[in-house]
Design a protein around this ligand. Sequence first.
Ligand code: ARG
Length: 257
Amino acid sequence: MAREFDMDRRAYLKTVGVAGATTALAGCSGGEDTQVIVPGTSAGFPPFEFTEDGELVGFDITLAEEVVTRAGYELGEWSDISFESLIPSLLDGDIDLVAAGMTINESRQESIDFSDPYWESNQSVLVQEDSDFQPGSVDDLGDARVGAQAGTTGEGEAETLVADGTIAGDALRRYDNYTLAVQDLENGNVDAVIIDQPVATTFSSDRAVAVAFIIETGEEFGMGVRPDDDRLGDLNGALAEVKDDGTYDDLVTEWFE
Ligand code: ARG
């Protein structure tokens, strides 16, 4: 009996040992969980992320690549999904990193963690360039139909305007992406679009839309990770390096000037 027990115990330890060794090996040889960081974004947000000749490009795309590889990880295949799906996909493990001009805020911080900030932004109100409708502040929005991308802080601003009675409840139009919202603005299906200021500037440079006024929100963009992801320290270290050594400024020149 005693001998039999010893045999079982040895067999058990052997199994654990093998499993342990396998885990360790996966860690050193590029096992998906430890070394590859799968990024997710939501295109149609130029110049942060957009498609050009069928290719996903932009400031966030290059920055994430730079930060992840400098931190010693491999960047996986980009997932380009709706903005609203980014946090659920991150929490489900379909992606490991959100790089989508995402504003760091408390409600998001209840479910995910953010890198150190890498951009500052306010919201802009975009209108048709040649329209008679040129509001100077939210108080001029009156009966305007106001569009924003679903799940964004711009949508949040529009919801606040509904809540305080500045615009009507049925005046708010939600879009899957900002490109569609701006198209609807050009077509006259919506009168104003609330959108992050740098993106508004980009749209106004090549479409018949213009920034009517700014809503000072003082937002900061960060990259999102799961709260239990211990790679965040490495990513922040790499981000600091990228800012310090001039790479960041080069990216700003490349995508914003
Ligand atoms: N900064 C805003 C937010 O966090 C909008 C971000 C939209 N990003 C995008 N890739 N479409 O809600």
